[in-house]
Write a protein of this length. Structure first.
Length: 191
């Protein structure tokens, strides 16, 4: 950080203090010419000493400003590195979310159909019960045709059919369902 202390006299202040110095400045372009043009009665040693003090103070300020600039450049580099890391993290998360959304959408399609009422098989009349069963079976086939993207395996078909059975239609087949679930990957054991 730049020095907070008061600077020594500036050239402008020195010119006001020594009017002859101001006139000498107007007649010259270089420091050596200035020194030649200084009036003899000007206390050159004092002027030179004060000028050197001012130059030293400016150089000190300049050195402090260079250190400050270097610190800021280091901070900028560190922040740029953090930004790069954060952008990489954002890209990774965006890709992960996009792939999860795609996977979720692809792995869980939505159903289009509605299920028929559960079939219980409790009607006393055999012909009426057979007719109810045929209607129910046709509705189940419609569900599987319309939602073929949802029910993709034989195992899913069987589980869904069993979920729509109740009472007399479900109870006699409960053990068979337990066997199917226990052997979901081996259909040879389902019978």
């Amino acid at each position: 950080m730049a020095s907070k202390e008061e600077p020594p006299a500036t050239l402008e202040q020195l010119c006001r203090e020594y009017p002859a110095l101001g006139a000498a400045f107007k007649q010259t372009d270089t420091f050596s010419e200035l020194m030649k043009n200084l009036p003899k009665n000007l206390e050159a040693g004092i002027f030179y000493s004060r000028l050197n003090d001012h130059i030293a103070w400016q150089e000190s300020n300049l050195a402090n400003l260079r250190v400050e600039r270097e610190n800021y450049q280091n901070q900028i580099q560190a922040l740029n590195a953090q930004i790069t890391n954060l952008l990489a993290t954002v890209n990774t998360l965006t890709t992960a979310v996009a792939s999860k959304t795609t996977t979720t959408t692809e792995s869980a399609p939505r159903r289009k159909s509605t299920d028929p009422e559960k079939f219980g098989g409790g009607t006393k009349s055999v012909s009426k019960r057979q007719e109810e069963y045929q209607t129910w079976k046709t509705e189940i086939e419609r569900v599987f045709a319309q939602d073929s993207a949802v029910f993709t395996t034989e195992f899913e078909h069987i589980l869904h059919v069993f979920s729509l059975l109740t009472n007399d239609a479900y109870n006699p087949h409960r053990e068979q369902l337990t066997t199917i679930i226990a052997n979901r990957d081996n259909s040879a054991l389902w019978a």
